[in-house]
Every structure is written in C-alpha cells, then in structure tokens.
Design a binder for this molecule. Structure first.
Ligand code: ARG
Length: 460
C-alpha cells in the first residue's frame, strides 16, 4: 500500500505486531456500510464518475455476500479489515477500486466503523437489559408479599419482601439503560470526511454521509474525530456499571443457594455437578457472572490507560481500542442472558426466607419504634429495652413475637399486649409503607409503574 516510499517489505515481527485483522474483522459490516455511504457521496459530488461508482457498489455487494457466506479469510499481509476490503475490491473490479479511498483515510474510516459498531452494541445491550427488567418485574409480582430478611452488613436487619428486593435490581437496570442511552447520544457524530487528521481538499458532503449512516451530523473537528475514543470509554463504563450490578445479584444467588441459607434452588440449567462429590450442585453461571464483572472492569481500565497522554491526532496505540470493547461486550451479553435466565427460572423457597426473617429478630426495630410511639420512651431507652428483649428471646429460644407478655413487661412495665401487633414480620413489612418502602402496596405500585414503562417501550 505504501510501496512507493519503501524499498524493503516489513519484518515478520512487524507484520505480526501491526496486524489487527484477527479482531477487527468484526467490523466488516460497518466497514462496508461506511464505504457505501462514501461512494454514494463521491458520486453525488462528481468526485467519482457514475460508472466507477456503480462498479464499486457492485463490488462491495459481492464482498458482503462473500463475507456473509464464508466469513472474512484472514491474510496477515493485509493488516486490517479496511485493507482486506480494498484488496478484494481491486481483485473483483480492477483499478476503479482505487477511487473508493479518495478523500478518505483509514483514520476516519476506522473511527466511523467503530462508532457504528459500538452504537449497535449499545442497542443490543439495551434490549437485553429490557428483557432482564421484564424477568425481574414478573418474579417481583409473584413475590410482592413474600417475606425475607433484609440485610445490612449481611446481618439480618429488618424484614423486607422478596419483590422489593428484586425490584432494587430493576432500578439499577433502569439507570444502566440510561447510561447507555447517554453514551449513544454523545457517540452519534460522524467522523467520516475528517480524513487522515486535517480534513480534505475534495468538495465532499459530510452532511450526506453522516445522514446515510444514521448519525446526527458530522463531527466538528477533524483532529478530535480521528483520535478520541471517549465513546468507547463511555460504552465500557456503562458496561462496567451494568456488570457490577449483575455481579451483586449473582453473589446473592451464590449465597442464597448455599445450604445454610437455602433461600433458592438454582435451576439445573444454570448449575453444574462435581466430578467427585455427588451431592454438589454448583452455581457456576452466577459465579462466572460475578467473575466476568472483573474482566469487564479490566477492559475499561485497559482503554483508559491506552488513551492516557496520547497526543493528537491518530496514533497506532488506538488500534488497541477494539479488543477490550469486543471482549467486554461478549461477556456482558453472556452475563445478561445468564442472569435473565436464572431470574426467570430460579426456585425461591418462601418458607425458608420467612423462617430466616423470623429467626433473626428482624422486628427489633419495630419493637423499639412501638415503645417510642405507644409508650412514650425516648428512642435511646427504647433501643436499650429492645436489646434486653432480644437477649431474653435468645435465652428462651424464641422469636420476639413468641416472647410472652410477662417477659416483656419484666423488661419495661409500660409494654402492653398491643405490642404483639407489630412484632410479626408481616406487620413489620406492612408498616413500612413510605414511598419506595417495602410494604406490599408500595412494591405493587412500583411494579405497575415498571410494567407501564416496559409496555410503552414495547418491551413487556
Ligand atoms: N487498523 C487501524 C486501526 O484500527 C486502522 C487505522 C490505520 N491508520 C494508520 N494511520 N495506520 O487503528
């Protein structure tokens, strides 16, 4: 390609370190779309003749068909996907192929291709996140009244409903989708026409190519257009935030599936057995989702460090932008599919959850609140009396709700029979009826809103 200036071919190691075809062949569809938009524009601007433009279009169609049927055959001498397409085009249509690269550089070409790819990736993740949300909403609706312990420090804190717990992840996914939408809106400027770095002397029409490729418009600075990859960083950060959320649910499934908890039986379809311990049923899919979050965060870090201190404009370091994004995207897709599948099919053990909520004295705060509200104690005193009640219940092996009234009155004479109305886990959950709280009525209202949103998007 640059034979005019060079006497010797590249060293073998140069060829190897320089080649990106092994991974950037994933951009072939975007590369052909960019070339189609470019040749249409060159023809409309009378930069390339209608005859040559027609030949180039036909050649590009043939290449699309070949890649579709047989994949991209890698030739290490041809460096990247852009050279593969150009070379094949020349084989198919002869010297006219050389006109396609008029008023263009691989620098604006790859910046355009990669933006198109990331844009499609965002749309795919958004659809997967919507499916994940639907699964959460469906299961939350089944369990709007299922009581389980709510935790802080992974210690039983206050009873909550399983529906409430699941809807927490719905909210996280909602913010994740907004992060991806923000990233998409910022990404959607077309670099094509920035050429190598400074623009071009040919009378191109950047509005036309931007529009043909579904961009909001052309990027306003050619140096920036070919050399920044913040759109990929935006994608990777949104992917990382999503992966972190998934990893938290994955971790909860791992904990809940352990025998001492027994809150869930993870479906066979997402578990594995042990080759040596026949009783084992390992939550591998959940563990891998937890693990993948580390690699996705690592991909973000890889690109951050790649971009640090890069002077304007293009430098070959930028070729390393794609592997982390591709890897993160693949792992995020698998993670979302696995978590959606698990949420849809996991078997919740409502009786175990309820028993755990009752065993953990999770209604202690309700007792303290009752002492404040009904018996007029200052909260600190109420807290102390409640602590004594918890200790007494432990001594007798009872839950707070089972503690006889005489025992409670021995701790504080102001306690009356009426207290039992707040000591059950159901009463506790029902009382937390503040907006966004765990009371079944609140949870149902949030579920209805979530369903309406998903329906409005056509995703319910
Ligand atoms: N394969 C290259 C990349 O992905 C394409 C751009 C090459 N540009 C250059 N000036 N060598 O970054």
């Amino acid at each position: 390609m640059w034979g005019g200036r060079f006497d010797e071919g590249p060293a073998a190691v140069m060829r190897e370190i320089n080649a990106s075809i092994a991974f950037d062949k994933r951009l072939w569809r975007q590369d052909l779309a960019g070339s189609r938009a470019h040749i249409d524009m060159l023809e409309a601007q009378a930069i390339v003749s209608p005859e040559d433009a027609a030949r180039i279009r036909e050649g590009l169609d043939t290449i699309a068909q070949e890649f579709e049927e047989r994949g991209v055959a890698e030739d290490p001498d041809l460096e990247d996907i852009h050279m593969h397409v150009e070379h094949r085009l020349a084989e198919l249509i002869g010297p006219a192929a050389g006109r396609l690269h008029t008023a263009r550089s691989r620098n604006d070409q790859v910046a355009t291709d990669f933006r198109l790819w990331v844009r499609e990736a965002i749309d795919a993740v958004d659809a997967a996140l919507a499916r994940f949300q639907s699964a959460l909403v469906t299961r939350a609706a089944e369990h709007a009244e299922t009581v389980m312990p709510g935790f802080t420090h992974l210690q039983s804190a206050q009873p909550v409903t399983l529906g409430h717990h699941l809807m927490a992840y719905y909210e996280m996914a909602r913010r994740d989708r907004r992060r991806f939408a923000d990233a998409r809106a910022r990404l959607n400027e077309c670099p094509l026409g920035a050429a190598a770095l400074a623009g071009t002397g040919f009378p191109i029409d950047r509005e036309a190519t931007a529009e043909a490729l579904g961009f909001d418009g052309p990027s306003a600075n050619s140096l920036d257009a070919v050399s920044d990859r913040d759109f990929a960083l935006d994608y990777l950060f949104a992917a990382t935030a999503t992966a972190l959320h998934l990893s938290r649910l994955a971790e909860e499934f791992v904990i809940w599936a352990s025998q001492p908890f027994g809150f869930v039986a993870l479906p066979d379809a997402y578990s594995t057995g042990s080759s040596i311990m026949p009783q084992k049923r390992n939550p591998d899919a959940a563990e891998l989702v937890r693990g993948h979050a580390g690699r996705i965060a690592g991909a973000l870090q890889a690109l951050i460090v790649t971009m640090k201190g890069l002077p304007l404009a293009y430098a070959k370091d930028l070729q390393n932008d794609k592997p982390p994004v591709f890897e993160a995207h693949d792992m995020l897709g698998l993670s979302l599919a696995a978590m959606t599948g698990m949420v849809e099919t996991v078997d919740f053990d409502a009786a175990r959850m309820r028993a755990a909520a009752e065993a953990g004295h999770a209604t202690a705060t309700d007792l303290a609140d009752w002492l404040v509200r009904e018996a007029g104690l200052p909260f600190r005193e109420a807290h102390h009396a409640t602590g004594a009640a918890v200790r007494r219940a432990d001594e007798l092996g009872l839950s707070l709700a089972q503690l006889p009234i005489e025992e409670l009155q021995a701790i504080d004479g102001r306690i009356t029979d009426a207290v039992h109305g707040v000591l059950t886990v159901d009463a506790s959950v029902a009382s937390r009826d503040s907006y966004g709280g765990t009371a079944p009525g609140q949870v149902r209202a949030r579920i209805a809103e979530a369903r309406a949103r998903l329906e409005a998007e056509g995703k319910a």
